[in-house]
Design a protein around this ligand. Structure first.
Ligand code: SF4
Ligand code: SF4
Length: 175
């Protein structure tokens, strides 16, 4: 069993989900910050996170954090080399949706108003992503309480691969 240590310190990285926690550790972080999740669910969420991480480590055959910390670093690239035209859209699985409406509220109030909801005569609600409005910010997928209900799916938008170095908005390209 892992032992939590709670420090008052400057956060190194923020996390919201188990997958993010593993990703941050894989990318060599030594400190993880829990803030909003603790406000929402109380400090007992730390026990849940430790439990989830312990199970994940058992599945993977890791005994210590250092067995996997930093393993993903070799797969990272400089952000300047990323494709600025890479595009993803949110896709909602209506079979898994519990109609809570959190995705709609999050997108409507703090993102791009890209999730429409309709109410059927029997009172059931359906949520649909408006592709033309979706900017792929991922907020709805993070806020959805049902695992894998919202998938961020890469789309081919027909645009060329453009890095920030060659982007028309870059006013200071390298000489
Ligand atoms: S990814 Fe962002 S913009 Fe697209 S539907 Fe979700 S919250 Fe809205
Ligand atoms: S947050 Fe998830 S479960 Fe809730 S309405 Fe949206 S897609 Fe459905």
């Amino acid at each position: 069993m892992l032992t939590p240590k709670i420090y008052k310190c400057r956060p190194l990285a923020a996390l919201r989900t188990g997958a993010m926690r593993q990703s941050l550790l894989l990318s060599a972080h030594k400190g993880l910050q829990v803030c909003t999740a603790a406000m929402l669910f109380g400090f007992r969420i730390v026990d849940d996170m430790i439990d989830g991480l312990s199970h994940w480590m058992d599945e993977k055959g890791y005994r210590r954090l250092d067995d996997f910390r930093g393993k993903a670093v070799a797969n990272t690239v400089n952000w300047n080399d990323l494709n600025m035209n890479f595009d993803t859209k949110a896709v909602i699985d209506s079979e898994k949706c519990i109609e809570c409406g959190r995705c709609h509220i999050a997108c409507e109030d703090t993102s791009h108003q890209a999730i429409r909801f309709d109410t059927a005569v029997d009172g059931s609600r359906s949520f649909t992503v408006i592709d033309e409005e979706c900017v792929g910010c991922n907020l709805c997928a993070m806020i959805c309480p049902v695992p894998e209900c919202i998938e961020m799916r890469p789309v081919d938008n027909g645009l060329d691969y453009v890095t920030w170095e060659n982007h028309p908005l870059n006013e200071n390209p390298s000489p």
